[in-house]
Design a protein around this ligand. Structure first.
Ligand code: SF4
Ligand code: SF4
Length: 173
């Protein structure tokens, strides 16, 4: 028989109580502690990178004809802070807040509402207005495509490639 459990009891007895009587006593919150996240609606561009990185789907993008809504449900959050690492505009910050109990379920949700742009060619709604502005600022070379949806971009590219192919074969003959 192993003496390990007995050893542990002796150690535990000599150390005394190591937990605190929360909520009557303040718990120890270390600088490394990870709590609820906060999303800055003024910075968010609605790109969805955080949604893709979130393991338990605590972040979601809800898309309608006119809007894209980033929804954070703290009830699902595991406080891993992966979303902070992937946000291209530093719109998410981590807090030490862990006291999240509430009797109003709406308190558990944070919504960031974005308007959507429509494709200049086919008229379909696609990315958010802020995302479009962000891409144009970061990559001015793509500016002429910024107002065109991905499907129309693909079609234009395919047409350009096939036009070039036809040009080459005509030149050979
Ligand atoms: S902290 Fe982790 S679980 Fe919570 S929203 Fe961010 S990625 Fe998702
Ligand atoms: S990654 Fe950042 S900018 Fe993109 S949707 Fe999430 S919070 Fe907004």
């Amino acid at each position: 028989m192993s003496h390990k459990p007995l050893k542990l009891i002796i150690i535990a007895g000599s150390k005394g109580r190591v937990t605190v009587k929360y909520p009557y006593q303040e718990p120890l919150i270390t600088p490394e502690f990870r709590g609820e996240i906060e999303i800055d609606p003024a910075k968010c561009i609605g790109c969805g990178a955080c949604v893709k990185a979130c393991p338990p789907n605590a972040l979601e993008l809800l898309e309608s004809e006119k809007e894209v809504i980033l929804r954070y449900f703290v009830g699902r959050c595991i406080f891993c802070w992966r979303c902070i690492d992937v946000c291209p505009v530093n719109a998410i910050k981590g807090t030490r807040n862990f006291e999240l109990a509430t009797d109003k379920h709406t308190d558990l949700y944070t919504l960031v509402v974005h308007t959507r742009t429509t494709c200049e060619i086919c008229g379909k709604p696609f990315e958010t207005t802020r995302m479009q502005r962000y891409i144009a600022e970061k990559s001015p070379v793509t500016e002429e495509y910024a107002s065109i949806c991905p499907d129309c971009r693909k079609r234009l590219l395919a047409e350009a490639v096939s036009a070039r192919r036809v040009g080459i074969s005509e030149h050979k003959e």
